[in-house]
Write a protein that binds this ligand. Structure first.
Ligand code: BJW
Length: 234
């Protein structure tokens, strides 16, 4: 991809109206389950059955979910401006891809910095592959090395998010940075606005309410993603 003019960071809030739930809102995932019990490499080493069951339940919900008006609006923007719009998503649910396919947007304009439910990862050899469907269990074997240490290809706390060099290069060169549906509580994504603004980008937050980092943005619009994202795009 050429250097994009617009970089868009998305978080759980963009998928909330597709039924995916968020992490830190009232009733969010981390108010129901301790993240230390399910979203760290140590948790997987301690209790792989519980961690795999937790992710199987969420993978099934994601497979059944449909994009909402916000995902479609971003995909339309990408399709209308080929190569100019990069979406960096923290979400692992696959809803940006479904929208991109429907709107004819190039999937190369999407970075999954926290991985994808749709893939398996071998905790032994690091091989990543498209998960064929069905349950991921402690009996599942890596197709590359045969180890029975298969886990979802998602980035847990203490792990390095994916494709950070590409993200920071795009943030340093973009004209506009837009953050959608993210609380700004998790790094390195929470630092993207400062990075882009420091390099001269215009910055905009689209979120239900002001996020933890709202003061870093030039402009903020608050409301439901399904309404404020299409309004910004169109
Ligand atoms: C709506 C809406 C609607 C609702 N419309 N809006 C101190 C101690 C220990 C560690 C650290 C530390 N300081 C920093 C760290 C590092 C740590 C970290 O940030 N910890 C914080 C808790 C402090 N980060 C890491 O470990 C990361 N790795 C790392 O830093 O590597 C080193 C490195 C250094 C330098 C450069 C590069 C790397 C890895 C973080 C991995 C996060 N993983 C998870 C789980 C993924 C798999 C899974 O799904 O289970 O990622 S945690 C979870 O949080 C998930 C999300 O992607 C992420 C962010 O959440 P998000 O999307 O913002 O959701 P919410 O719920 O927080 O917010 C939703 C927002 O939407 C809200 O604002 C609502 O208002 C809004 N909303 N409905 C519009 N309808």
């Amino acid at each position: 991809m050429t250097i994009p003019r617009i970089v868009i960071l998305t978080g759980a809030g963009i998928s909330a109206e597709s039924g995916m739930g968020t992490f830190r809102d009232a009733g969010g995932l981390w108010t129901q389950v301790r993240l230390e019990d399910v979203a760290t490499p140590e948790a997987f080493a301690r209790d792989p059955v519980m961690v795999l069951d937790f992710y199987d339940m969420r993978r099934q919900r994601a497979e059944a979910a449909e994009p909402n008006a916000a995902h479609y609006a971003l995909a339309r923007l990408q399709a209308a401006r080929p190569g100019e719009v990069l979406i960096i998503t923290q979400n692992v649910d696959g809803l940006h891809e479904k929208a991109a396919q429907a709107e004819g947007a190039d999937p190369a304009g999407l970075i999954h910095m926290h991985g994808e439910f749709a893939n398996g990862l071998c905790a032994g050899c690091g091989h990543r592959w498209k998960w064929p469907g069905g349950r991921m269990t402690v009996e599942s074997a890596c197709p590359a090395c045969g180890a029975r240490r298969v886990r979802p290809d998602v980035v847990w706390f203490g792990e390095m998010p994916y494709r950070m060099d590409e993200c920071f290069a795009a943030l340093a060169a973009c004209e506009t940075f837009v953050s959608i549906g993210t609380s700004g509580a998790v790094y390195p994504a929470a630092g993207f606005v400062a990075e882009a603004r420091g390099a001269g980008a215009r910055t905009l937050e689209l979120n239900l309410e002001p996020s933890e980092g709202a003061h870093y943005f030039h402009e903020a619009r608050n409301g439901l993603a399904s309404q404020i994202v299409p309004a910004w795009v169109d």
